[in-house]
Design a protein around this ligand. Structure first.
Ligand SMILES: [Zn+2]
Ligand SMILES: [Zn+2]
Length: 170
């Protein structure tokens, strides 16, 4: 992916506008935000250290799977705030869609045969997306498949065995 400059949301190939698609953990606790050009679709990324808010000042959110309280993170770009459950390797984020509706997204990460995958579930839209996340931001993030439904049966305990089935039939 093309490494973009901080807070400069234009394509380094065609100068088109970049939109943020997702933010994903990579090694050493850094976060790689994936942007795509709306004109030529070129993938861009920005890598940064997230800010972990002190627990007493953060909106509480308990993990839907293990019920422990999540850590609250934000990125300097200020386009995304999210909660993270480390034991479940799951992110929860809330984005404003339209003028007053908040949409929840739940991102579950796992590795299959050494490769990192993310199952993104867009709770309001009832849609999901399976992505392959590169460990090295120089490599490409691959959208494996979009689904017209959620995966209510997938949890951190079974995601590793369920994912290969979805990948196989994609
Ligand atoms: Zn472009
Ligand atoms: Zn959890």
């Amino acid at each position: 992916m093309i490494k973009m400059n901080k807070l400069e949301y234009y394509c380094l190939i065609c100068s088109g506008e970049l939109i943020a698609l997702s933010a994903n953990p990579i090694e050493d606790g850094q976060i790689m935000t994936h942007f795509q050009c709306i004109s030529c679709q070129a993938d861009h990324c920005y890598v940064e250290e997230p800010y972990i808010h002190p627990p007493e000042k953060t909106p509480a959110y308990n993990c839907k799977f293990c019920n422990q309280s999540c850590k609250y993170f934000s990125l300097k770009d200020d386009w995304s705030d999210y909660w993270r459950c480390d034991p479940c390797d799951t992110h929860y984020s809330q984005v404003l869609v339209g003028s007053d509706t908040m949409a929840w997204e739940m991102d579950m990460y796992t590795r299959v045969k050494g490769i990192k995958f993310c199952l993104r579930q867009f709770m309001q839209e009832k849609k999901s997306r399976l992505e392959q996340i590169p460990d090295n931001p120089d490599d490409t993030l691959i959208i494996i498949k979009d689904f017209d439904h959620l995966f209510p049966d997938v949890n951190p305990q079974n995601i590793q065995e369920k994912l290969p089935i979805y990948i196989l039939f994609s």
